[in-house]
Design a protein around this ligand. Structure first.
Ligand code: SER
Length: 620
């Protein structure tokens, strides 16, 4: 295969899925929209959770995109050959449409067909869910993979879970730890996944040893994950088959580019080379000589540019704190490279040039202003920290002289105090300490520092634990209630504004309902009140919600309201709230409107494009 660029890889992926009738949706922002429960968008599926839970997506049921993602869980790992805080995830989704057969066949076609990536199939290996007490072995996926390999004359032996690779091993069975995805929270959609791996060193001959070992030694690199959401995890811990099936796939752009360009290292691809070249130029240091620092500066500043572009500003809390930490770590690593003047905006400029064509938001001029301000602030912090250190050393060394205990010349807790109160990094403390000629044990000092840090982090982790729980899955009941309310509201709108009103899209989370509908004028106060009254009446009437399956034609004839006129499949579900609403929908809904037991309120009504209005509503 010819050398491929990142832009080509991204574009090919999107073109491929467009040719398979997917709608290409834009990347959602890094700050999850209307979801205060998580810090950042961490996967392509993340912004789609409401739709994976059964809500209808306005663009249809087959989607694909390239999604900006930030994961900071691995921040300390950055500097090795593959961990990144910012990355792009290519993904395709079926929302109740196609399932395993198409997903796997398309993955195969995209990877191996000469028109697309044209990868050598003999270098591809896959993993499939082995089965456990909750769900059976994914035989269907095994069979589909075997058919693909058979087409090109490759024997596809199965390597059972826990076994070592044999001569013909091609499909590795792994347990839930590796091949099960989700749910995002405690409960919700989940299912087995199948992952595709690339053999980075075929010259070493047949695979040998366990799958895990080959991944650890980077012989096999994961490139793509197809998740088949077919189960719902219930609050009692059981897994139930869902009536609708979703596909969620994710391919890391940076990693895939790495293996496709035959590199062992993501930082040596064109997605990092220009940034590293700039850092070399500013510092006068060669990448080869200080790889780790260079990688951290490059990764962190790239992530910072994207976070700033999505409206985050450095601060001491939550998202702003993560951004501040990334920027400060980059400056600190710059210091190790001998850069002590402002430099981060200059590096950021390269990132902006690289990505501006794909993600124009990174071109915002406020990004470099913000970076420089933050850099100046941090440099002042460092200066203050250094002054404080001088005072400590002086004072401590006098104390020490008069002390009996000459084995300990410095109160180690100063290191943590400085870090805590001045943001002064431990590494810098150690460097300064070296210059003083004082006696100390670096090992003990670091140990004490880490103990303090751990105590502190445990506290903040408890506080932030709630932040990371999947918002929707945790507010499942509220979400379901708002689903039913959306039906009631549409019926109320049609009754009040006329039968030309149809749904144009919706977005529900545990806190509120956002609903778009066709209508050309601003609603009056009376009209809004009439819709509210209609919904609230239905809630107080405690009406049982009925569900019937029928063909699309039968549903239409029965007078059910249908939201979109494309593909519902053979049979559709019709949810009826007798006397109030009848609508085609995948669910879920409450069993009785009385469960809602709250008051429905329209908070906002505004235009959302030509002939479309948008309502934001809540249950109070
Ligand atoms: N959600 C899955 C992942 O992140 C597939 O997109 O790997």
């Amino acid at each position: 295969m010819e050398k491929i660029t990142a832009n080509e890889l991204r574009q090919k992926y999107l073109d491929f899925f467009q040719s398979k009738k997917h709608i290409i949706i834009p990347s959602a922002p890094l700050v999850p929209e209307n979801d205060p429960t998580v810090l950042f968008t961490t996967a392509g599926m993340h912004p789609l959770v409401p739709f994976l839970m059964g809500e209808k997506h306005p663009q249809g049921d087959m989607l694909a995109n390239s999604q900006k993602c930030v994961r900071t869980g691995d921040i300390d790992e950055v500097g090795d050959n593959r961990h990144l805080t910012f990355f792009e995830m290519l993904g395709n989704w079926s929302l109740g449409s196609y399932f395993k057969k198409e997903a796997i066949e398309w993955s195969w076609e995209f990877l191996t067909d000469a028109e697309w990536l044209g990868l050598d199939p003999s270098r591809l290996f896959v993993t499939v869910f082995a089965g456990d007490e909750n769900a059976p072995r994914d035989d269907e996926s095994i069979k589909i993979w075997q058919q693909q390999f058979e087409k090109v004359g490759i024997e596809s032996g199965i390597c059972e879970s826990g076994c070592e690779a044999q001569e013909d091993s091609r499909i590795f069975l792994l347990g839930a730890e590796d091949n099960w995805w989700g749910p995002a929270g405690e409960t919700g959609p989940c299912g087995p996944c199948t992952e595709m791996f690339w053999d980075t060193r075929p010259e070493e001959g047949k695979l040998s040893g366990s799958h895990e070992k080959m991944v650890e030694s980077f012989r096999l690199m994961e490139i793509w994950n197809d998740v088949f959401m077919e189960f719902e995890k219930k609050s009692d811990g059981s897994f139930e088959k869902m009536s609708h099936h979703n596909v969620d796939t994710g391919m890391g752009l940076e990693r895939t580019l790495t293996v496709l360009s035959g590199k062992a290292n993501v930082f040596e691809t064109e997605l990092f080379e220009p940034i590293i070249a700039k850092i070399e130029e500013i510092s006068g240091v060669k990448y080869e000589d200080q790889k780790n620092s260079m990688r951290i500066v490059a990764d962190h500043l790239k992530a910072s540019v994207f976070l700033l572009a999505d409206g985050i500003e450095p601060s001491n809390t939550e998202r702003g704190y993560v951004l501040r930490r990334l920027i400060r770590r980059a400056i600190r690593q710059g210091h190790l490279l001998g850069i002590d003047q402002n430099f981060i905006a200059e590096v950021a400029k390269i990132v902006q040039e690289m990505y501006g064509g794909i993600y124009p938001e990174v071109l915002d001029p406020k990004i470099s202003i913000n970076l420089t301000q933050e850099e100046e602030k941090f440099r002042k912090t460092l200066e203050r920290g250094l002054k404080r250190m001088e005072a400590i050393f002086f004072q401590d060394s006098n104390e020490v002289k008069s002390s009996q205990d000459s084995s300990r010349l410095l109160d180690y807790s100063h290191a943590f105090d400085l870090y805590q109160n001045y943001g002064f990094p431990l590494e810098m403390f150690l460097e300064e300490l070296k210059k003083t000629g004082l006696e100390y044990s670096e090992k003990d000092l670091i140990r004490e520092f880490n103990e303090e840090l751990k105590k502190h982090q445990d506290l903040s982790r408890t506080a932030s634990a709630g932040m990371f729980k999947g918002g929707l899955a945790d507010n499942k009941e509220e979400t379901t209630q708002l689903h039913t309310v959306a039906h009631l509201m549409l019926a109320g709108l049609r009754k009040t504004l006329g039968g030309d009103v149809h749904q144009k899209g919706s977005n529900i989370n545990g806190e509120r309902l956002r609903f778009d509908f066709s209508y050309g004028e601003k609603m009056t106060e009376q009209q809004k009140k009439a819709v509210e009254d209609f919904v609230n009446q239905a809630i107080s009437a405690k009406v049982p919600v009925e569900m019937n399956e029928m063909t699309l034609e039968e549903a239409r004839e029965s007078g059910a309201e249908g939201v979109f006129d494309n593909k519902y499949g053979e049979k559709v579900k019709v949810y009826e709230i007798p006397g109030f609403s009848k609508e085609i929908c995948g669910g879920p809904h409450v069993k009785n409107t009385g469960e809602i037991a709250k008051v429905f309120k329209i908070k906002k009504e505004e235009s959302s494009g030509a002939g479309v209005r948008r309502i934001k509503a809540v249950l109070e």
